[in-house]
Design a protein around this ligand. Structure first.
Ligand code: NAD
Length: 215
């Protein structure tokens, strides 16, 4: 793609904000639209470094709002979605799973629905070819279950075995993303990374002492 107009969901969170910083520095010709609901995990200040970059637009909104996603795709001529937004704190998913089902499953479904409508259905109805597009879904290695110290590492061939409401909700979203490729031809990729830590990560994710503290 010559120029990417990217919707970055969850771009005010830990990994999403690092991605936005990286992308704008590496690809200054691209436009980045950050969509974030600013839950307890999101912090707009994570984007301060790029706040004055004219190629970055921040939108305060929810990925479950399909009409908003559709209008963002139209307004900004989006051809790429990089989907970080999630409820991501495993311990919280055990005490308060509702938000995990809503954001991680229904939110991902909402994005897929909007992308399919704008990139596949509408061009087809107008007799136009499907435009070049990409839906990248950021998932977790936790969909593969839990490793003991002597177990071999997970691979992409490992069977899914989620063990928490968090990982189950991410596994469900992975399956929806896969199905949208196989059923409708949406161009998708999914990454299943393990735990990240670093610049602007929340202490509760890296410091075991803080694991059970609500912010
Ligand atoms: N942090 C890790 O170590 C790790 C490891 C593997 C996978 N992941 C995955 O990477 C992604 C990003 O993780 P993170 O650690 O940066 O998460 P985070 O909790 O720091 O950030 C999540 C962001 O999503 C936003 N958000 C939540 N619900 C939303 C909604 N309904 N609509 C719009 N925005 C919403 C929050 O406001 C926040 O800014 C997640 O999908 C997570 O499952 C993270």
């Amino acid at each position: 793609m010559e120029q990417r107009n990217i919707l970055v969901t969850g771009g005010a969170g830990f990994i999403g904000a690092n991605f936005v910083h990286y992308w704008l520095a590496q690809y200054p010709q691209d436009k980045v639209i950050v969509l974030d609901a600013l839950t307890y995990a999101g912090n707009k200040a994570n984007l301060d470094i790029v706040a004055n970059n004219s190629n970055m637009t921040f939108v305060h909104g929810n990925i479950c709002d399909t009409a908003l996603i559709e209008s963002l795709i139209d307004t900004h001529q989006l051809n790429t979605i990089v989907h970080f937004a999630a409820e991501s704190h495993v311990d919280r998913s055990i005490t308060e799973p509702d938000a995990f089902i809503e954001t991680n499953i229904l939110g991902t479904y909402s994005l897929l629905k909007a992308a399919k409508k704008k990139w596949i259905d509408e061009p087809k109805a107008q007799g136009k070819p499907t435009p070049e597009h990409r839906f990248h879904h950021v998932s977790t290695d936790e969909v593969y279950g839990t490793l003991n110290a002597t177990d071999p590492a997970f691979t992409e061939e490992t069977a899914y075995a989620p063990n928490s409401p968090y990982s189950a909700s991410k596994a469900a979203s992975d399956h929806l993303v896969r199905a949208y490729h196989h059923t409708y031809g949406l161009e998708v990729t999914t990454s299943n990374c393990s735990n990240n830590y670093g610049y602007i990560s929340l202490p509760r994710k890296t410091d075991p002492v803080n694991c059970y503290q609500h912010p």
